[in-house]
Design a protein around this ligand. Structure first.
Ligand code: DGJ
Length: 735
């Protein structure tokens, strides 16, 4: 079932499928009000309308000579609140009109329902393979005085608990207006207690989970860094206080956008909650000329009645079917070896080939040549922008190396950082104006590099041609697209100064155009997105690049939290996870190869260490890890992921993944203790009446689904030493 109904008597819109309902009502003043988003409702007769009450010091509507003291726009739950007429909460849209004023007044006019989705001209957005998979409601609102039309887009998808929203402003007037803020969506929930769940961090510490009760006032989670960033992910969840991993209401929000953003929650004095997400408004302003339109990025809204695991599973179903290109949905991700931590910039052809030899012998499937193969790139201070081969390092060239790798039965991958330019590069010497910069100010460096002005077509075209020259002449199966600094002096030398507030967003539009063109030109290449690790782990990038390098931090202990947090946003088959050397290069911590393998196995598995330094027993163990991953790859990459024990709350971590009649559990203990209490892992998603064979690393036994879910598995209490891990496998016996 997938319906979008409009009841003309009640003026109610009801979008629903088998799992969710979204309800809105046009009120007596043609304000579009929010009624409900939650589990599917079959019969809606009219509950939930906000009572009309006189609230002192709220502004009333006085229209047609009548003052209605019980109607205050500032307390009515709305779908997209505007600014300046007495709603004092955070507006969804702020426009400076031709008269200089900021007051807007958008009222409902009409609607349209279409099959499928509308797509987006310039941005990534949820797609459908067939129009029967979704329906879209387009609500049209008008500011009559200024002749501006605001279109609100709502798409609901077959059997998915996620819907998408975006907004478009169309200027039907003769005047130019300036958009100062325009959110992808806004929504008001009526009085209640809520917690806010968010993912923040830093480089090599991405997606740390934090939960706090929402109090009065405004709480903003944002990025002004030019990218979605390591520091704050474009994700938040508003949940009931009692919600846990498996129970309770969750409303999660993600942006299909990789640039500056803001996510806001505001609790008003009456405990209503306004939630918003969209492009960061600080530094943003968009000049909208007559007959032009501006369309925001898309936001996803997911509802789960089954806690955070329910949210994850719902989001993952949606991302796999409607965000990541379908050609990658079932595609098995190869096990890769990346030379970065093995060599950094200091490699030779001989050294690279010796890594390839070792990797192929161990059963690894893809060799990735990381940073340092181009221009005169011997350190991070030069050559970005010079995408031609570094002859000294690879005297026989990339083509010969690619052949060498292919002859070894492996795929070949290559690293690029297309959005950047080094001061010490041929490109910068020829085009110093191509970096983002102001004519009269110093240009700030980050990792010794500048950011190319990707809002410019000539800049993009140059880099595109350079990349195409490499990708079409050398057999390349995989590309790692990196981005290693955040943006400053965001200004474009060729854009009129009145449009300076558009540069950061125009950069993103340019980047998406580039990625769309490149991935269409090379549909067979598997792209992995990276920004100093997981600095752009967002649904915008995932539309072009189905894998993401989750973090530059490969320490398995730190990775538990990073991967746990990341799993709140996206499926395991997006999450690059590598076994690296011990002591770890980021933390100096020593851990066993087993712990490193067991953490990296729950993601897109790979290696990132000098295989020439392995002992014979390491080699045996790595071969076993590779075989294990290949045997269970389908289950891990396609299965249902469930978090069981949180490393944010305990000294342990556990998660499971299940598909058909098999379930894998990974259990990790961080620091050990003497006289340890017993640890139990209780399970989900088993068939209660079925008999399972349970394979632990120490024994094998049989148990029924219901007892396993009720009593759980006891972890071997004599497990000793810090940083331990265990893997359990459950196989359902045939009836
Ligand atoms: C940052 C990435 O996250 C690393 O994996 C590596 O590719 C370096 N950049 C190379 O400069």
């Amino acid at each position: 079932m997938l319906t979008i109904d409009f009841n003309p008597d009640k003026q109610v819109f009801h979008l629903s499928n088998n799992v969710i309902s979204y309800i809105m009502k046009v009120d007596q003043y043609n304000i579009l009000t929010h009624i409900y988003f939650g589990k599917a409702i079959t019969h809606y007769s009219g509950l939930g309308v906000y009572p009309r009450i006189n609230r002192d010091f709220e502004v009333n509507f006085s229209e047609n000579g009548l003052n209605n003291r019980t109607y205050s726009i500032g307390v009515i739950p709305q779908e997209y609140g505007d600014y300046g007429r007495g709603d004092f909460r955070e507006p969804a849209i702020v426009i400076q009109h031709d008269d200089g004023a900021y007051v807007s007044d958008f009222r409902y006019r009409d609607y349209e329902v279409i099959e499928g989705v509308t797509g987006h001209n310039t941005m990534p957005a949820a797609y459908v393979a067939d129009d029967s998979e979704a329906k879209t409601l387009i609500i049209s609102m008008f500011d009559e005085v200024k002749n501006l039309e605001l279109k609100l887009y709502y798409s609901i998808f077959e059997d998915k608990a996620t819907l998408t929203r975006s907004a478009e402003l169309i200027n039907h007037s003769e005047q130019t207006v300036s958009i100062e803020k325009m959110m992808s969506y806004s929504m008001d929930l009526t009085a209640g207690d809520y917690d806010l769940v968010q993912l923040n961090g830093a480089w090599a510490r991405e997606r740390m989970l934090e939960r706090e009760p929402i109090g009065r006032g405004i709480r903003k989670l944002d990025s002004k860094r030019g990218t979605s960033s390591h520091h704050q992910s474009p994700f938040m969840a508003v949940v009931a206080p009692e919600t846990d991993e498996d129970h309770g209401d969750v409303l999660s929000v993600q942006l299909v956008y990789s640039g500056n953003f803001e996510l806001t929650v505001e609790q008003d004095p009456y405990d209503n909650l306004r939630i918003q997400a969209g492009v960061q408004s600080l530094g943003f302003s968009w000049k909208l000329l007559a007959n032009e339109s501006f369309h925001t990025p898309e936001a996803t809204l997911t509802y789960s009645a089954e806690g955070f695991n329910g949210m994850t599973q719902a989001q993952n179903d949606f991302i796999k079917d409607h965000i990541i290109p379908r050609r990658f949905k079932e595609l098995e991700r190869p096990i890769l070896i990346n030379n970065w931590e093995a060599t950094y910039f200091d490699f030779s052809e001989e050294k690279i080939k010796s890594l390839v030899d070792q990797a192929s012998d161990l059963g690894i499937e893809l060799f990735v040549l990381d940073d340092g193969w181009f221009g005169r790139r011997d350190s991070d201070t030069s050559s970005l922008g010079d995408w031609f081969e570094h002859q000294d390092k690879l005297p026989h060239g990339l083509s010969e190396l690619s052949d060498y790798v292919h002859k070894k039965g492996m795929q070949f991958g290559l690293w690029f950082e297309p959005e950047m330019i080094s001061e010490d590069s041929e490109l910068f010497r020829a085009h110093p104006d191509w970096a983002l910069q102001l004519p009269d100010r110093n240009l700030s460096l980050g990792r010794d590099q500048f950011v190319l002005d990707f809002s410019r077509e000539d800049v993009r075209e140059n880099i595109f041609e350079q990349m195409v020259a490499i990708l079409s002449n050398i057999p390349i199966d995989y590309v790692k697209w990196d981005m290693n600094r955040h943006m400053s002096e965001v200004y474009s030398l060729i854009l009129p100064k009145e449009q300076a507030g558009e540069v950061a967003h125009r950069y993103m539009i340019g980047l998406y155009q580039f990625l769309s063109k490149l991935t269409q030109a090379f549909p067979e290449i598997l792209f992995e997105s990276c920004s100093g690790g997981g600095g752009r782990y967002d649904l915008g990038m995932m539309q072009y690049m189905p894998q993401v390098w989750t973090s530059d931090n490969t320490d398995p202990v730190e990775r538990l939290k990073i991967q746990y947090g990341s799993s709140l946003m996206a499926p395991l088959n997006t999450m690059g996870a590598h076994v690296s050397a011990s002591p770890n290069h980021q933390t100096g911590r020593d851990t066993s190869l087993k712990m490193r393998g067991d953490v990296a196995s729950i993601g897109v598995f790979g290696y990132e260490l000098d295989l020439n330094q392995l002992t014979e027993s390491d080699r045996v163990e790595i071969k076993q890890q590779v075989e294990f991953y290949k045997r269970h790859r389908q289950l891990i990459q396609q299965g249902r992921f469930t978090r069981l024990i949180s490393p944010f709350e305990t000294n342990r971590c556990a998660w499971s993944v299940d598909l058909d009649d098999e379930l894998l559990i990974f259990y990790y203990e961080i620091l050990t203790h003497a006289s340890k209490p017993l640890q139990k892992i209780t399970l989900n998603h088993l068939d209660k009446d079925a008999l399972y064979t349970v394979y632990t690393e120490d024994e094998e036994f049989e148990a029924y689904g219901d007892e396993l879910m009720a009593l759980g598995i006891i972890v071997n209490p004599v497990m000793q030493g810090d940083f331990q891990s265990r893997v359990y496998r459950l196989k359902k016996q045939k009836a």
